[in-house]
Design a binder for this molecule. Structure first.
Ligand SMILES: C[S@@+](CC[C@H](N)C(=O)[O-])C[C@H]1O[C@@H](n2cnc3c(N)ncnc32)[C@H](O)[C@@H]1O
Length: 238
């Protein structure tokens, strides 16, 4: 049918699942709300020149994170997964000059790129970049808690480990944010049905666990923003 043949093919992500947001709406939101300013664009370009993978938070999710953190007035935050500092800059802007962000990156080269990003964004005084495996660094950070919020955006398989830590180290009224919680379009599947891609199977298993845990924990009120990547957010009630 003519109408069908004129329809745009849905965009595909790296695992072949479609993006949720229709392309015209995606273009409209990007033009209107302008989630990527010159500072963030420079980070993306410099990260590419340094051959970092292009895995920063979806630009609209990053902006949402910034706006929600500002609304809540959070000041003391932890980020698991720094990469080049893209989302870290948005968090740092949101917490303001009297806030502090501890961000954790396992690859030293990425951490160096991120430090440069924080310098260039003028937020280096309010950000500490910790180099190391998140599970280990988090244990050391416990003594600085409790924290207002944690943004989980590293190895998806280990999200449940990071959620364990977050549950112990955020205050009542604080929040857990987790990125990519649609599992690249596959989170609706039982993980063990993903037979052809063991990495994705592990990622989906981790993501399904944290979504279910947050959705069913009476100490939290949780939702998932239905963006292209899925952004889970949960506030601690008690
Ligand atoms: C999706 S990227 C983070 C993107 C970043 N939050 C942003 O939006 O700009 C995930 C990052 O987590 C790091 N990472 C992966 N496993 C990790 C671990 N076990 N501990 C700490 N960092 C880890 C990766 O090296 C990568 O830089």
């Amino acid at each position: 049918m003519a109408q069908t043949s004129q329809m745009q093919q849905p965009k595909q992500n790296i695992y072949g699942a479609g993006h949720l947001l229709e392309e015209n709406l995606e273009a409209y939101t990007a033009t209107t709300f302008q989630p990527v300013d010159d500072v963030l664009k420079e980070v993306v370009d410099r990260a590419a020149r340094n051959q970092l993978p292009p895995l920063h938070v979806d630009s609209l999710d990053g902006l949402t994170l910034e706006v929600v953190i500002r609304m809540a007035g959070y000041k003391k935050m932890v980020e698991v997964g720094t990469l080049a500092g893209y989302s870290g800059i948005q968090i740092a802007r949101a917490i303001g000059p009297d806030g502090h962000l501890h961000t954790i990156e396992v690859i030293p080269q990425f951490a160096e790129v991120a430090k440069e990003s924080f310098r260039k964004a003028g937020v280096e005084d309010r950000v500490t970049v910790h180099v190391g495996s998140a599970a280990e660094v988090l244990q050391r950070l416990s003594k600085l808690g409790p924290f207002d919020a944690v943004f989980i955006d590293a190895d998806k398989e280990n999200y449940p480990v990071y959620l364990d830590w977050a549950e112990e180290n955020i205050r009542v009224g604080g929040a857990v944010f987790a990125d990519n919680t649609f599992g690249f379009g596959h989170v609706w599947r039982e993980a063990d049905t993903i037979v052809d891609n063991p990495k994705l199977r592990g990622q989906v298993a981790g993501l399904r666990k944290i979504n279910a845990r947050l959705a069913n924990n009476p100490n939290y009120r949780a939702t998932i923003l239905p963006t292209n990547q899925g952004l889970t957010m949960a506030v601690r009630l008690k």
